[in-house]
Design a protein around this ligand. Structure first.
Ligand code: GLC
Length: 451
């Protein structure tokens, strides 16, 4: 009994220890391999809110009545300048490998020609969708994007909001600062979930998305449904099984019902966890401060910030989903396009230190940067270039065949071993202000000596 308790205590100490957690590995399921390998994707928030240009939460924040929103906002959305090829080219130029676009956001407006009857406007006369509710016409923007993605080797994925401020089954709930939705009755809940699944089947049958990215699951609980907490853990499990039953390769995020370890990966939002998590994860990030187009938000993060965040995320074994919010006419804001191109310039030289790489082999992170690794290579990302021209990194178990700057692979750097460290001589000036990378070519997968 006593021996068991001591053993248990040791196991607990190990599990709670960040060093252990940093080095813990998990199996990547076969269907997730492309996603885990790709590392960098584009998020696109695009809906009738893009016309209003106040961000995708305007309906809630500005206290719109459904009727007014559906008269004054949604019908005017006419993305006639939407150019799927241009957007995919931008994603490609930035080095992004997958793309997730909002098929239906919280406002409830469907971006495709849904035939599921309950997704109508408040009058019940019209389908509340881009082709049926606006003067945009018969173009299918999701299909245009899907085709452009397929032609360019980018994986096409869709976002879907579980809560729906526009649907007749729900009312937006402003009580006690809530911004979610209240379900009108149990029978409407059952019917809504049935219809939601029918919409998702439409999306899968029509667009074959590589992944479905859920959101708007905040009205959840672990037990029985109530008007405020109408989405349950059991619903999340059922939804996941339903979707993977339709397509066993479909990758689904945890927000089928968050907090219960469901779905295929975790998604901390606009946040980078301090250490790797116990399973795969992806963080999503805005380029400015809003997801959907907001004409008053010009507060863009710098290229340096975004490149460094991407590196930090991958060094902690995460994926990075960076958002763009096209304008109501479908065009991409200039600053967004410029930022994507600038990230792409860095990725052109340094992309190999991101794709197919995994977490740092070391538990501790240096003050001057981060590490990523893959079979045969350790990538040392140097954010603050050492003044004295000498970089010191912890020893690794692997034999080292070559050390060089990633932008100058033909020129070997001098190195020596001292007190359990590898000391590498660097030129005086940083090769890249965003992030310069030193490569160690090694035998096998880089492994820290201390472990
Ligand atoms: C939040 C917001 C939503 C946005 C999402 C992206 O959940 O409600 O507007 O789409 O974050 O992760």
């Amino acid at each position: 009994m006593k021996r068991n308790s001591v053993l248990l205590l040791w196991i607990m100490v190990l599990l709670l220890n960040p060093l252990f957690r940093a080095n813990a590995q998990y199996q990547i399921p076969e269907k997730l391999k492309w996603w885990y390998n790709d590392r960098f994707g584009m998020f696109i928030h695009f809906g009738s809110y893009s016309y209003l240009a106040h961000g995708e939460w305007a309906f809630s924040i500005e206290n719109w009545e459904k009727t007014d929103y559906q008269q004054q906002v949604s019908p005017h959305f006419n993305p006639s300048e939407f150019d799927a090829r241009e957007i995919v080219q931008l994603a490609k130029a930035a080095g992004m490998k997958y793309l997730v676009i909002t098929a239906k956001h919280h406002e409830g407006f469907s971006m495709w020609d849904t035939k599921v009857k309950s997704f109508k406007d408040v009058t019940g006369d019209k389908m509340y969708s881009l082709p049926r509710f606006t003067s945009f016409g018969e173009r299918d923007v999701l299909m245009e994007l899907k085709r452009a993605c397929d032609d360019n080797g980018i994986k096409f994925c869709l976002y879907y909001s579980i809560l729906d401020w526009g649907h007749s089954s729900q009312e937006i709930n402003h009580v006690n600062g809530s911004t979610f939705s209240t379900m009108k009755s149990d029978s409407e809940r059952t019917a809504y979930i049935r219809d939601m699944k029918a919409q998702l089947r439409e999306l899968i049958d029509r667009y074959h998305p590589a992944s479905l990215w859920f959101d708007g699951d905040w009205t959840y609980n672990a037990g029985e449904p109530s008007p405020e907490k109408w989405w349950t853990k059991a619903d999340g499990i059922d939804l996941y099984n339903y979707l993977t039953g339709l397509d066993s390769n479909l990758v689904v995020n945890e927000r089928v019902c968050r907090s219960f370890g469901l779905g295929d990966y975790e998604c901390p939002e606009q946040e980078v966890p301090d250490v790797p998590r116990s399973r795969q994860w992806e963080t999503c990030q805005t380029m400015n401060r809003t997801w959907g187009y907001n004409k008053n938000d010009n507060d863009y993060k710098s290229t340096k910030y975004l490149v460094r965040e991407l590196v930090k995320v991958v060094s902690r074994d995460g994926n990075y989903l960076l958002n763009i919010g096209p304008k109501g006419d479908g065009t991409v804001p200039e600053q967004t396009a410029d930022t994507l191109k600038a990230i792409g310039e860095w990725m052109d030289t340094y992309g190999e230190s991101i794709y197919g790489t995994t977490r740092s082999p070391f538990a501790a992170e240096p003050e001057w940067g981060f590490y990523t690794k893959k079979e045969g290579k350790l990538f040392v990302h140097v954010f603050s270039w050492p003044q004295e021209g000498m970089l010191s990194i912890p020893a690794i178990k692997n034999s080292i065949t070559k050390i060089y700057l990633m932008n100058e692979p033909g020129k070997a750097l001098d190195s020596s071993f001292e007190n359990g460290s590898i000391r590498i001589s660097l030129p005086a000036n940083t090769p890249n202000d965003n992030d310069s990378v030193v490569v160690l070519e090694v035998a096998g997968l880089p492994e820290a000596t201390v472990f």
